[in-house]
Write a protein that binds this ligand. Structure first.
Ligand code: PNS
Length: 172
């Protein structure tokens, strides 16, 4: 069984991520979308549980996609899960330097795990979780950029008084 891992922060999952998840799910028998557990407290907008729930709901139509979370080194987690492929999306050349470095470090530590890159559809090349959060914070239109369930969650988050003070630092 060919198992792939699509790791990320997913704070929150966007339609760009969904594009990669759907396409990667056709390339492997099982795709594990795994959310990085950030050791820094209060990091990000959504909690780990919220990110996982949003991903589960948004991918419920994809039978071979499983949602999980991990901490520590990605390659150790991949080995633990029996995965031979790490999937990453590339939006533009600006992503390449960082992604190549991560892939090369991972390859160096664990030669048996391959990183593959899927090029994001052009319509999502500008899209990031950070951009979506900024649009939501400043009441911009982000409706075509995230799955329907994430739209509602963002609306809830930014309608609450207690996040009105959120600073640019908090919006990754
Ligand atoms: O969505 P992101 O934030 O671009 O995802 C980054 C992620 C989670 C893939 C990366 O930070 C990661 O793999 N973290 C785990 C630590 C690790 O294995 N680092 C070694 C590569 S430098």
């Amino acid at each position: 069984m060919k198992i792939g891992i699509y790791p990320g922060s997913f704070d929150p999952v966007t339609n760009g991520h969904m594009d990669i998840i759907e396409r990667a799910s056709h390339l492997v028998d099982k795709l594990i979308v795994s959310v990085l557990i950030n050791p820094r407290k209060n990091a990000g907008l959504f909690s780990l549980g919220e990110r996982i729930d949003m991903l589960k709901e948004a991918t419920s139509h994809l039978a071979n996609v499983e949602i999980d979370s991990f901490s520590g080194l990605l390659v150790n987690y991949a080995k633990y899960k029996g995965a031979s492929i790490i999937v990453r999306g590339l939006r533009a050349v600006t992503d390449l330097e960082h992604e190549m470095q991560m892939a090369q470090i991972n390859k160096n530590i664990t030669p048996e795990v391959e990183t593959i890159f899927l090029v994001t559809r052009a319509q999502y090349s500008f899209l990031s979780s950070s951009a979506v959060k900024e649009l939501a914070l400043f009441q911009g239109d982000y409706h075509d950029l995230v799955p329907y369930n994430v739209k509602d969650k963002l609306k809830d988050k930014f309608n609450k008084e207690d996040v009105k003070w959120i600073t640019a630092d908090a919006v990754k």
